[in-house]
Design a protein around this ligand. Structure first.
Ligand code: CU
Length: 163
């Protein structure tokens, strides 16, 4: 009984210590360099070669807020960042990626828009995209081309990310 109490206390103490360390990152070098990880990246198979949408979740693992400012891809020379308001999509210059938070590009909402495709990708293909950020370095991701009705409903998860 007594030994058990001591052990529980030790665990509680080490947890507290861990929290204190991660919470005190004032001198950490990663404050200036946001760390981005991308998961669940996909593109519904485009209907034609006029346009396509890209969806993914960008997670910022650092304490520094950043912005998604653009993207490039071999599939199109004109990639735009779109948000959806009142069921209409419109181009924006950037989107916030909050510190220790995420930016979700998902169906019915924010997305990457590929204009004027150089070919029409089919289910099973992969489309390479390089994401640009205001502070973080560019991040290369591959979008899996999925069925037109596909929807990534996966909750926040890092599964399926090849990195
Ligand atoms: Cu759009």
């Amino acid at each position: 009984m007594n030994a058990r109490t001591t052990r529980t206390l030790a665990v509680a103490l080490s947890l507290t210590a861990a929290l204190a360390i991660s919470g005190c990152s004032g001198s950490g070098s990663d404050e200036s360099e946001p760390k981005m990880t991308v998961s669940g990246a996909f593109m519904p198979q485009p209907v034609n070669d006029k346009m396509a949408g890209g969806f993914l979740v960008i997670r910022n693992g650092s304490g520094a807020a950043d912005k998604l400012t653009g993207a490039t891809s071999p599939l199109s020379d004109d990639l735009q960042i779109h948000e959806t308001k009142d069921q209409k999509m419109q181009q924006v210059q950037s989107m916030d990626v909050p510190a220790n938070g995420e930016l979700r590009l998902e169906r019915g909402g924010n997305h990457i828009m590929f204009m004027g495709l150089k070919n029409t990708p089919k289910v099973g293909d992969k489309v390479t995209v390089e994401l640009r950020f205001e502070k973080a370095g560019p991040v290369k991701v591959e979008l899996d081309v999925k069925d037109r009705t596909y929807n990534a409903q996966a909750p926040t998860s890092t599964a399926g990310n090849g990195h």
